[in-house]
Design a protein around this ligand. Structure first.
Ligand SMILES: [Zn+2]
Length: 326
């Protein structure tokens, strides 16, 4: 049979099958039925595919003004920056390197799931966030220590300057990192002191209880971390001050302007520490800006966060904010 071109002059004879198909094809009624059946199949498949994907949009909880922690019981006195209301989008934007300050906040926002990370320091952090014995443990108002009265097994006293009467206790790894960090700061002419470090569950029970007795629980929650919910109980957190600045500047936002505050903001990650409560992210961390509160997470995570411009540990873990207790 000769090969027929596009402009064939003569129809080739149709086979029986071809005639049947032609008889059922659009625009004849049989063709319409076939088309309707085809559309139904396509629609059903589309619905099936959609339901097969588990990604669900969750609405971010409306940000609320959170309690202001106090120096003695929580994470130092609150002061300074008014709370910005970050959204889940801020977290994703932070992953993308966008400064959170550029994200309009306040309105409930649809949060897309953060894809799991298969490897690297971020995956290690996600894996260890619930392990109280890990330096990567997450503690915030949604994630208490488990057990609630967890006590670190390896508290030691680092050889670093401390505030008057302050017994410094940190876990061994964090203590060694603090010694290296303070030594490096010292070689740059910056004198950092430790103003607070490990606090036990029992200490926090006593402090929080006294606040509740004085002011009631609602008010206590504005000024004292509940037992089991303070990073200081991990033995991985410390509050710093500047040895050359007066006590007026302890646990206040002016730490940011001291040599010590500026130095840790720039260099703490090199030693495995993060400034845990950055400005304007209270709806993520649950705390106002605390330029004095450092948390040891290890150099891998701290450097990864800094390199990628991720400001909070919650965002690093792909979690939504923890502005208040559940
Ligand atoms: Zn603190």
């Amino acid at each position: 049979m000769p090969l027929l071109g596009f402009h064939q002059a003569r129809r080739a004879p149709l086979s029986r099958w071809q005639r049947t198909v032609q008889a059922l094809s659009w625009p004849r009624p049989g063709g319409m039925l076939l088309s309707a059946a085809g559309a139904a199949v396509v629609l059903a498949a589309a619905v099936g595919v959609q339901s097969a994907y588990p990604f669900q949009s969750t609405t971010a909880a409306p940000a609320q003004r959170s309690p202001e922690p106090a120096a003695v019981a929580g994470n130092g006195p609150a002061s300074g920056a008014p709370p910005v209301l970050p959204t889940a989008a801020a977290g994703l934007a932070a992953h993308a390197g966008t400064p959170p300050s550029s994200i309009p906040g306040g309105a409930p926002t649809t949060a897309a799931p953060v894809p799991p990370v298969a490897s690297g320091p971020q995956a290690a952090a996600v894996h260890n966030m619930s392990n109280p014995a890990s330096v990567l443990v997450l503690v915030n108002k949604h994630h208490p220590l488990n057990p609630l009265d967890y006590q670190p097994p390896d508290l030691v006293t680092p050889n670093v300057p401390a505030g008057p009467g302050e017994l410094v206790l940190l876990r061994r790894e964090a203590a060694a990192a603090v010694e290296r960090m303070f030594a490096a700061a010292g070689s740059n002419g910056v004198s950092i002191t430790v103003q607070s470090s490990y606090r036990s569950y029992a200490t926090q029970v006593s402090l929080y209880g006294s606040y509740v007795a004085q002011k009631g629980q609602e008010s206590a929650d504005t000024s004292s971390a509940r037992p089991g919910y303070s990073e200081h109980q991990t033995g991985l957190a410390l509050d710093i001050g500047d040895a050359n600045v007066g006590a007026d500047c302890e646990f206040t936002i002016c730490v940011e302007e001291t040599a010590a505050g500026r130095w840790v903001a720039a260099h703490a990650a090199d030693y495995g520490f993060v400034v845990r409560y950055p400005p304007g992210l209270q709806a993520v961390t649950g705390y106002l800006y605390e330029p004095w509160h450092l948390r040891y997470v290890g150099t891998a995570a701290a450097l990864d966060m800094r390199a990628r411009g991720i400001p909070t540990y919650e965002q690093y873990l792909g979690l939504q904010g923890a502005p208040g207790y559940k």
